[in-house]
Design a binder for this molecule. Structure first.
Ligand code: SF4
Length: 371
C-alpha cells in the first residue's frame, strides 16, 4: 500500500504512524515512507509535515515503557457521524503472551478526568448522541489517578445534556464487579451491549496466554451482568490455534460458547507477533488446522447471532440512524448494537433516535419499519 500510495501520488509526503511503525521503524523507512512515527508525540505530525524537505524523518521513541503521559489529542468531530469515540486510556501492563500492545504502546495511563469531560462535552455540543468510551485497556482507567475510576467517567458522561447512549469498547470479565452491575442497573443510558474478550474456553490455554481469568470467572461475570440486564448483547473475541492448542482445548472452547450463548464471536486465527512470548512457543499449530477451527467457531457465532436477533422480532426498539441506502433503507443500530435496516416515509433521519418495529432477520441484520 505504501508503494502504491507513492506511485499514485509522487508529490505526496507519505507518513506511517502507529503500533507497527513503532515496532519496526526501519522497515517503514526502507519502504520509502517519508515520515515514520510511532505511538507517542503524534501531535508533532503537522510540524514534521510542514518542515519536511527531502530527508526522511524518523520520530519513534525508543524507551516506550518509560512513557507515563497520556497524549491528549482533542478532536471536535469523529469520522463516524453518529458515534463519537472517546479515548480515555492508553497502553497496557498485562502482557498477554500473544499481544504486541504493551511493547509498542507502553504503560497503562489514564487521561485526566477533566480532559475526558471536556472532550465529551465538546462531542455533546457538536450533536453526538452516542459516545463510545474507548482505550487499550479501559478497565485500568484511574489506577494511576487519585479518586477517579471507570464508573466515574461513565456516570459523568451519561449526565451530559444531549448524550442519549454511552457504550463501552472491549473489556475483560474482571470489569464486571458488583459496583459496575449496580451502575448499569440504574443507568438506562448505558447501552445494552458489552464486548467481553474471552480468547479461549480452555483454562490451560488461557493460562498460557497469560490472561488473568478462568472460564469460571468469565461465566460468573456474564451471569452477574445478566441479572441486571437479562437481554444484554454480549459479543466476544476468540483466538483459534494458539500454540499447543489440542483438539480437546478447541472442543472446550466450542462447548463453553454453546453453554454461555454469546451473540457474536469475532474469531481470529492465532498469528505470531515478533517479540511476544507466544511467537517463540513450541507447538505452533498448522495453518490448515487453524482455518478449520476458525470455521467451526464462526458457525457457532452465526447460529447464536441469528438466535439472538430472532428473539427481538416483533418488538419495537429505538434505533440511532446512521445512513440511508440507495434503495431507500435507513440503517442504524439499536442500543444493544444490532444492525437494523428499516423503511420510513421520510427523507432524512440521520443522527436521530427513532422507534422501529422489527419484523424479521435478514442475514446479519434486522429489518423493520418506522413506528
Ligand atoms: S490483549 Fe489486551 S489486555 Fe492483553 S496485553 Fe493486549 S491490550 Fe493488554
Amino acid at each position: 500500500m505504501i508503494g502504491r500510495a507513492k506511485q499514485r501520488n509522487p508529490q505526496a509526503i507519505v507518513v506511517s504512524v502507529g503500533c507497527s511503525s513503532q515496532a519496526n521503524p526501519s522497515v517503514y523507512k526502507d519502504l520509502g515512507v517519508d515520515i515514520v512515527m510511532g505511538t507517542t508525540e503524534r501531535n508533532q505530525l503537522v510540524n514534521h509535515i510542514e518542515s519536511f524537505e527531502k530527508q526522511p524523518i524518523v520520530h519513534v521513541a525508543t524507551d516506550i515503557r518509560g512513557d507515563e503521559t497520556f497524549e491528549s489529542t482533542t478532536i471536535s468531530t469523529d469520522s463516524d457521524r453518529t458515534r463519537a469515540f472517546l479515548k480515555i486510556q492508553d497502553g497496557c501492563d498485562n502482557f498477554c503472551t500473544y499481544c504486541i500492545i504493551p511493547h509498542v504502546r507502553g504503560k497503562s495511563r489514564s487521561r485526566d478526568f477533566e480532559d475526558v469531560m471536556s472532550q465529551a462535552t465538546q462531542f455533546a455540543e457538536n450533536g453526538y448522541k452516542e459516545i463510545v468510551v474507548a482505550g487499550i485497556h479501559v478497565a485500568s482507567y484511574g489506577k494511576d489517578l487519585q479518586d477517579r475510576n471507570l464508573i466515574d467517567v461513565l456516570s459523568a458522561i451519561t449526565r451530559l445534556e444531549g448524550i442519549e447512549r454511552v457504550r463501552l469498547s472491549s473489556v475483560e470479565p474482571n470489569v464486571i464487579t458488583p459496583e459496575f452491575c449496580e451502575f448499569v442497573a440504574k443507568t438506562p443510558k448505558f447501552c445494552d451491549h458489552l464486548h467481553l474478550s474471552l480468547q479461549s474456553g480452555s483454562n490451560g490455554i488461557l493460562k498460557l496466554m497469560n490472561r488473568k481469568y478462568t472460564t469460571d470467572d468469565y461465566y460468573r461475570a456474564v451471569e452477574q451482568i445478566r441479572t441486571v440486564r437479562p437481554k444484554i448483547n454480549i459479543t466476544t473475541d476468540v483466538i483459534a490455534g494458539f500454540p499447543t492448542e489440542e483438539e480437546s482445548d478447541h472442543s472446550q472452547t466450542k462447548q463453553f460458547l454453546q453453554t454461555i450463548r454469546l451473540s457474536k464471536i469475532h474469531v481470529f486465527p492465532f498469528s505470531a507477533k515478533m517479540g511476544t512470548g507466544a511467537a517463540g512457543m513450541a507447538g505452533q499449530i498448522p495453518k490448515s488446522v487453524k482455518k478449520q477451527r476458525c470455521k467451526e467457531l464462526l458457525e457457532i457465532s452465526d447460529r447464536q447471532e441469528n438466535a439472538y436477533y430472532q428473539s427481538f422480532v416483533g418488538k419495537v426498539m429505538s434505533v440511532l440512524v446512521e445512513e440511508t441506502t440507495k434503495d431507500g433503507f435507513f440503517l442504524g443500530k439499536t442500543t444493544n448494537y444490532m444492525p437494523v435496516a428499516f423503511t420510513a416515509d421520510k427523507s432524512d433521519l440521520a443522527n436521530q433516535i427513532v422507534a422501529v418495529k422489527l419484523n424479521s432477520v435478514d442475514k446479519n441484520r434486522l429489518v423493520g419499519i418506522l413506528q
